[in-house]
Each structure stands twice: as structure tokens, then as C-alpha cells.
Design a protein around this ligand. Sequence first.
Ligand code: THU
Length: 132
Amino acid sequence: MNYFNELLKLLDNAYAEYSDFHVASIAVTRDGRIFKGVNVESAAYSTTICAERNAIFSAVTAGIKPGEIAEVHILARNAENRLFPAYPCGSCRQIIAEQSHNEAVVYVYRSETDVSRHTIAELLPHAFFSLK
Ligand code: THU
């Protein structure tokens, strides 16, 4: 499924006061529920949180269990107001891998019709998981 229109609307909710780089993400569960996230920045820069983690954390907050995240969709707009293909950062890749049991598919939108698709295992090879 293509989430471009929802992501485009969601971009306006991003709080990108310092970078002016807006990111929106939608995490989709195996049974088709969707959870939204945007990046939220802070004057104490390092406390910023990415859109992808906000989407997944919102899913976890709603009771989604590890292994239930199936897809993560991402749309970003840069400071020049152009759509920009944003791949998840390393921290988000770790969270996506763990919450999907290493099976999520990540969709990076350049436009409504130009969408790259990568498995999380491609984006984060040899992922670290709990020693339990
Ligand atoms: N950001 C995301 O939300 N997701 C990404 O995939 C890359 C980066 C945010 C963090 C920060 O608010 C801004 O983009 C610039 O790095």
C-alpha cells in the first residue's frame, strides 16, 4: 500500500525547528494497523527523536509486540522545501530490526510514485539482538 498522501500531511506536524528537515513515518503492523510518527527536535539537540522511532514507539505504547511491525514508510522534506529520500539512521534501524524480528520492509519515498523498498536486514546487516 502507498502511504504518500498520509505522509505528506503528517510532514506538517514535524517539529524541525533547528534543522528545518521534516520527516514523517508510518509503521504498519502485520495485521494492517498503522502508527504515525514525526521528528521532534529540541534546543538541546541530542534529545531530538526521529520520526521512525516515534512511529514505532507509538505502536509499542499501543500494545504492539516485537515481531508485529511489518513495514516502515518514510517521507522527508528538506530546508529548501523539496522532498528528500531519507533512510533511517542507525539508531532507528536497530529499533526497526528488533520490533520486526528483523523482517520489516522499509519504504523510502522520493515522490508518490518513486519509492525505494529495502528489507531491514539489508539496511542493518548482522544486527545485534538480545543475548537472552
Ligand atoms: N531524522 C529523522 O526523523 N529520520 C531520519 O531517517 C533521519 C533524520 C530527523 C532527525 C532530525 O530532526 C532531522 O531529521 C535532521 O537530522
